[in-house]
Design a protein around this ligand. Structure first.
Ligand code: PS7
Ligand code: MN
Ligand code: MN
Ligand code: MN
Ligand code: MN
Ligand code: MN
Length: 351
């Protein structure tokens, strides 16, 4: 829609866009076609939070070192020249932190109102991540209650929804309805994050971490680690059903949020990740492979979904298709059969 013109960009800004392309599969394309008013601000917002998440995810950094880094990460934005080279060699996005001086330089050139949004959200997210990283119990056995799970997801994703909505309002590309309804903003982030958490079960477990809340898995199995055992696959699928129902509860809010975005490039930016998420949720639902490896939707499917997300009708059709697919694969053998039947039926009514 609005292609970048890199001849107008400084070499450091061009490098920031390379960092964006290196670290994001799904977001890089939609961010780069955003209206020029928002493009640089949203790109830098993404890269900065990617840097923060790289620290959060690095299990080779000691808790004593990690907590203060997370809590003060917003101050790094005011420290020209700051870089961090101590991430473990396996951290896939460590390059962002190695070249963080370039990110800071370009962040400093943004409009003050966009800088304020980025630094506020970075401050809140870093402190939220630290609250959870401190808890060794959480690292080993996952979260306790659904409330803990929702709060963690609010810190790492709901806050992004708040920040992006604020930017949309500042640019006058979002309607005031969005600002008045923080639950809708939160759901935009939580639906993406919860789908990522369900899908990343094995990757996170292999890192000695888990985000599935015990309130949901504890009804089916005595320890999360047992789900990696193929003998427990059926119990595993029951756990995924619990997690899928919990994620699907956000869909009606997501669709309401999208209905209040008017600018076309912002609409695509908001809608495409949500469409990818519902397709991913359908892929992982009732799928024992989640406990063995990281499932990913096929490249060809992703291309098709992106093309269909140009219009509201296209987006609604995709949601309808995947909710119906989940509905059809629901089986009476699942302890939550009835609950999922009712929820899918309810969502299908609003689509
Ligand atoms: C559009 C109103 C600023 C665009 C986009 C980097 C992805 C990485 O990937 O399991 O498995 O390592 O460690 C709301 C994005 C929520 C956030 C959270 C949409 C910033 C993003 C840092 C709201 C994205 C949800 C960690 C934290 O999980 O991930 C609208 C832009 C959005 C970043 C995401 C990710 C969290 C995350 P992975 P993890
Ligand atoms: Mn991560
Ligand atoms: Mn993380
Ligand atoms: Mn601070
Ligand atoms: Mn993940
Ligand atoms: Mn069960």
């Amino acid at each position: 829609l609005y292609p970048r013109d890199s001849t107008l960009e400084s070499p450091t800004l061009q490098r920031c866009y390379e960092l964006l392309n290196l670290t994001s599969r799904s977001f890089a394309a939609v961010i780069q076609q955003l209206h020029p008013e928002l493009r640089d601000a949203v790109s830098l917002f993404y890269i900065i939070l990617r840097g923060l998440d790289t620290i959060e995810d690095d299990m080779t950094i000691s808790t004593e070192k990690k907590i203060p880094l997370l809590r003060t990460f917003d101050q790094v934005l005011e420290t020209p020249g700051w870089t961090f080279t101590e991430s473990g060699p396996n951290e896939k996005d460590r390059v962002v932190l190695v070249e963080f001086d370039k990110v800071i330089e370009e962040y400093q050139k943004l409009k003050p109102e966009y800088k304020k949004v980025i630094s506020d959200i970075t401050h809140k997210m870093g402190n939220g991540m630290a609250d959870y990283a401190i808890d060794e119990q959480f690292n080993r056995d996952g979260l306790e209650t659904i409330k803990d799970y929702d709060l963690y997801c609010y810190y790492v994703a709901g806050l992004v929804g708040n920040g992006l909505t604020k930017m949309a309002t500042l640019s006058k590309f979002g309607t005031s309805v969005l600002e008045e309804k923080p639950e809708l903003q939160n759901s935009m982030g939580l639906f993406l994050q919860k789908t990522n958490i369900i899908r990343d079960f094995r990757e996170d477990l292999d890192d000695n971490r888990s985000f599935y809340p015990k309130e949901l898995w504890g009804k089916h199995i005595s320890s999360l680690k047992l789900l990696a055992d193929r003998a427990n696959a059926e119990k595993g699928t029951h756990v995924i059903t619990e997690m899928t129902i919990n994620a699907l509860e956000h869909v009606e809010h997501v669709l309401e949020y999208l209905d209040n975005v008017s600018e076309p490039s912002l609409y695509r930016f908001c809608a495409i990740p949500q469409v990818m998420a519902i397709a991913t949720l359908e892929l992982v639902f009732n799928n024992k492979e989640v406990f063995q490896r990281n499932l990913k939707i096929r490249k060809g499917l992703a291309v098709k979904l992106i093309m269909e997300s140009q219009t509201r009708t296209g987006v609604y059709n995709i949601f309808k298709e995947y909710v119906q697919k989940i509905h059809l694969r629901n089986t009476p053998k699942d302890p939550n059969y009835l609950k999922l039947e009712i929820l899918c039926g309810r969502i299908e009514q609003v689509i």
